[in-house]
Structure formats: structure tokens, C-alpha cells
Ligand binder design. Structure first.
Ligand SMILES: [Zn+2]
Ligand SMILES: [Zn+2]
Length: 517
């Protein structure tokens, strides 16, 4: 059984309307790995839905977290903000409501195009609405017991540790140290680094719980049934361990079903250094969505258990992934697959988020699309190329739309991530300065004669080339090389049969004839 189904069954057994929570701290650029959390959450949600139950998916943005320091990508003027909540810091570009909004917006766009059906919740608004008041009161009342729990879980005697709750200084806007002994609902005194001393009223929702208490407080607020989270939180003594005890012993609730997931690593390719689009040597969620259609990216995360680390290979791995996806799609519709492929086929199905196409979509292999988009400048031109080898009358309007999206992804990939080996440009004229040997010219003369009267399809073109090559002293290898040199000015390129079959026949015949002169 697929892991999303296993979790869905568990949730349906234990609650009426499961609530799945996901979240993120938007303090900087969001890496492709962060999509794993959203996609994992959405997959469990849609697996519950597919079983006839309803489920809610919420996406919590940690917008009340303080900025830790001025990161390198921030202007110097941001030196004054560390210690302040990111919901109150201006956006670096001037176009967004605040700092948190600036970094989360591309991610929200990505989630939308991934068809993740989540409710967006901003933590700073929860505080403002007083949603944390009960948890803050419990934490301030029980601060000694909490300190003991945190010491026991971490196994470290950290002295007093960080306070459970930080009031917000009314003078400088930073989070300040509480004087815990002064707590008497609803007020607590505080001392700020700026020198100010004041009194905080927890009903106003200005202060903030420390992370290890805030996380389970969200379970208390929402009644969370399941939550995916990065494996760093899942380690022994980590924040899920402490969260479980805080939930039971302080808040009096049961912790959610944990779905710890491993990180996504970037596979370093040879041409990685040439990548111009990427910041800081990683692929952002937005870039991953630029090069892969959403359903394929969903599949990428669904094909393996969340507990397994995965490599994201932004070079040829992107094509392998698209090929695998297409294979699982064919298997799903034919019903013909092995036991080992069962998980992959179900992953394909879940990747559609309960909107599986009615019949097998019209498929064009991604590797072929890589060639096609380099042989034309427009979608119409590309369709003309495809139409020379495929029967397009079988393609529905949805199929064409899908092809258009795939081609956009392929172009984006070619532009910023593809290795040089797959790139080419068909020369409209004979490449200048090219000198062919007498044997090569003779080969082209022979080949021109062979292709003259035959059918124009990948197989017959392929065998004509191989026969002409064998009959010539330049051999098959020399034949391929010579053809690439007169068409694209390179020594290698796409497989010749389909490549030439996709081109205008008169254009190819003319080029072969010119090469023989
Ligand atoms: Zn901005
Ligand atoms: Zn202050």
C-alpha cells in the first residue's frame, strides 16, 4: 500500500474530520525541499478524500518569528531589524506587505500551481486574534514544570534555558525577557535589552511563545491530527519529542500523527556552476516548478517514502523523471505493471490530486520535446515538427494544453539548467567554413540517392543512414558525425532517425545534396 494511503487509513480511524497541518518559516529564499512538506500534506489530504472522508489542510506561515540576523542578501539598512518579528519588518523590494510576505509569496504561487488545497494561516494574525492566550497562560503558570520537561527531553542541564514566553518591548519593538515570578494573569513584567522595563498584557497578543511551546500550542488551537515535518525536528530530544510531552502534560491534548520527512539534496552536475538563475547554489521551489509540470513534481515526492532522502538532479535527471512519470501513466491506464511498480503507479494517481485524466493522455517523450523546442521558435512550429512523426488528430484540447505546458518547462530547463550536450541549433544554411573530405562528399551523394524515393519516417531514415555509412570508408560513426556537422555544426546530437523525420523533408534533402557538392 502507498504510504499516503496508510496514513489516511490511520487518520480516518482516529478522527472524524482529520486536520493536516504544514508550515514554514519564511525568513529567506525557499528551497525546493520545502515543497516536500506541502506536497506530503496535500497527498495525505487527497488520500483521505479519496476514501470518502473529508479533511482540512492548513498551511501555517511562521510570520511572527524574529529575524535572527541580517542575512547577506539583505541591504545594510536592515541592520536595525534583527530581534523583531518578520511580519513587522518591511519587505526588501517594496512590493509586498512585509518581510514574511515577500519571501512566502513565490511559495504560495507555487503551492497554487501544484494544486495544493490549503488554507493559509499567518501566525502573527493568530497572536493578534488572541488565539495563543490560553497556551501562553498555561506556559507562564507552569514555567518551572516546562523547564523540567525541556531539560529531561534534551538530556541537557541548560540552567534556566530560554524563557517560555517573550513579551514585546513597547519601546523598541523587540522581544524582551520576562520576569516570570511577576506573572499574575493577565500581566507579566519584562526587561528589554534597550533598557526599557514594562508590563505585558497577554490578552493583547503582542508577545511570543518560544518555538518548542509554540508548535504544540498550534496543535491546541487547531486540533491537528497529522503533521509532516523535517527530520531535524524528529530526532531524539528534538522539538517533536518535547512537543509531545508539552501537549500531554501542559496543554492536556494528544499530539498529531507525525510524518517526519527527509531532506531533498541537490545532485551536483558538471555544469552547475553555469547556472545563472539560482541563488546560493540551490534550486528554489519556484525554479523546480519552472522546469517540471506540477503533476511530475508531485510524483517526484510521492514515489518514495517521506523518510527517504531524495536527490534532485536538475540536469538530465529532470528528463529521466519525466520519462518515469510517463511510464507510470501508461501502466496506470493499461493496468499492466509489476508488483514492484505498484507504488509508482499509485504515486502517479495521487499526484493528480483526485483529478486523474479520463483516458491515457497523448504522450510525447520529454527527450523528444527537448529536440522539438530547439527546432522551432513557437508552439505552432513545435506542433508542426511533432506532426511529422505523430498523428496529432488523436490529441484532445487538454492534451495540447498539457504539451504546451511541458514545452514551456523544457524551454525553462534548457535556458538555465540543461547540460551543453543536449543543446543545439539547426543551421538554416550550410555552416560556414565547414570543409568535407572527398569520402564524406561521396557518402552524402550516396545518401541523397537512397532517401530520394523512400518513405519519410524515423525507421527508414535511420536504416538509410546506417547502410550508406557501412558502404562508405567513413563508416557509421563517421556518417553520423558528418550529418551532425552539416546540420547543427556539432559532432553529436539527437538520434538521427526521429530528428530528420521531424524536419521539413525538402530542407533535409537540399542540405544532403549541398553537402555532396
Ligand atoms: Zn518584496
Ligand atoms: Zn526594548
Amino acid at each position: 500500500m502507498h504510504w499516503a494511503d496508510v496514513i489516511a487509513d490511520e487518520l480516518i480511524k482516529s478522527c472524524d474530520k482529520p486536520l493536516i497541518a504544514t508550515g514554514i518559516s519564511p525568513t529567506g529564499i525557499i528551497h525546493v525541499g520545502s515543497l516536500r512538506e506541502a506536497i506530503t500534506g496535500e497527498s495525505v489530504r487527497s488520500a483521505v478524500e479519496a476514501k470518502g472522508a473529508s479533511a482540512r489542510l492548513i498551511y501555517l506561515i511562521d510570520s511572527y518569528d524574529p529575524l535572527r540576523r541580517r542575512y547577506e542578501f539583505l541591504p545594510e539598512s536592515f541592520e536595525e531589524y534583527p530581534g523583531m518579528p518578520i511580519s513587522d519588518i518591511p519587505c526588501p523590494c517594496g512590493k509586498h506587505d512585509n518581510y514574511a510576505h515577500h519571501f512566502i509569496q513565490p511559495f504560495l504561487d507555487a503551492a497554487e500551481s501544484l494544486n495544493v488545497k490549503c488554507e493559509i494561516i499567518w501566525t502573527h494574525e493568530l497572536y493578534r486574534q488572541g488565539k495563543f492566550e490560553k497556551a501562553v497562560d498555561l506556559c507562564l503558570r507552569n514555567h518551572e514544570e516546562i523547564a523540567r520537561i525541556l531539560r529531561e527531553v534534551s538530556g541537557k542541564d541548560e540552567g534556566k534555558g530560554s524563557p517560555p514566553y517573550n513579551p514585546r518591548c513597547e519601546r523598541c519593538g523587540r522581544f524582551a525577557a520576562p520576569v516570570l515570578e511577576t506573572y499574575s494573569y493577565p500581566t507579566v513584567e519584562y526587561r528589554c535589552k534597550c533598557g526599557h522595563r514594562g508590563v505585558d498584557d497577554i490578552r493583547e497578543g503582542k508577545g511570543k511563545l518560544q518555538w518548542r511551546l509554540e508548535w504544540p500550542a498550534k496543535w491546541l488551537i487547531f486540533g491537528t491530527s497529522a503533521e509532516p515535518f523535517g527530520k531535524d525536528h524528529a530526532s531524539a530530544g528534538g522539538s517533536y519529542d518535547s512537543g509531545k510531552r508539552i501537549a500531554r502534560e501542559i496543554y492536556g491534548i494528544e499530539p498529531p500523527y507525525p510524518i517526519p520527512y527527509e531532506f531533498v539534496q541537490l545532485k551536483e552536475g558538471k555544469s552547475r556552476k553555469q547556472m545563472h538563475k539560482s541563488a546560493g547554489g540551490s534550486v528554489s521551489g519556484v525554479e523546480a516548478l519552472g522546469m517540471l509540470p506540477p503533476e511530475v513534481l508531485n510524483y517526484f515526492f510521492l514515489r518514495v517514502n517521506p523518510g527517504r532522502a531524495i536527490d534532485f538532479d536538475s540536469e538530465l535527471g529532470v528528463l529521466d523523471l519525466a520519462d518515469e512519470y510517463d511510464r507510470m501513466e501508461r501502466a496506470y491506464f493499461s493496468g499492466d505493471f509489476t508488483e514492484a511498480e505498484e507504488g509508482g503507479v499509485r504515486a502517479y494517481e495521487i499526484a493528480q490530486h483526485n483529478r486523474v485524466p479520463a483516458s491515457l493522455p497523448f504522450q510525447v517523450p520529454c527527450r523528444h520535446l527537448v529536440n522539438v523546442v530547439q527546432m522551432s521558435d513557437s508552439f505552432e512550429g513545435a506542433m508542426e515538427v511533432i506532426g511529422r512523426t505523430e498523428d496529432l488528430s488523436k490529441a484532445s484540447p487538454e492534451d495540447l494544453e498539457r504539451l504546451r505546458r511541458r514545452m514551456d518547462c523544457v524551454r525553462y530547463w534548457l535556458d538555465g539548467f540543461a547540460p551543453e550536450s543536449v543543446k543545439f541549433k539547426v543551421h538554416p544554411q550550410m555552416p560556414e567554413g565547414l570543409s568535407l573530405s572527398a569520402e564524406e562528399k561521396a557518402f552524402f551523394k550516396d545518401l541523397s540517392g537512397r532517401v530520394g524515393g523512400m518513405e519519410w519516417n524515423p525507421e527508414s531514415i535511420g536504416s538509410a543512414i546506417s547502410e550508406a555509412g557501412k558502404a562508405s570508408p567513413i563508416g557509421s560513426k563517421g556518417a553520423y558525425k558528418a550529418i551532425y556537422s552539416v546540420l547543427i555544426g556539432k559532432a553529436s546530437g539527437p538520434r538521427l532517425g526521429p530528428f530528420l523525420a521531424g524536419m521539413d523533408r525538402a530542407f533535409v534533402e537540399e542540405r544532403l545534396r549541398r553537402a555532396s557538392e
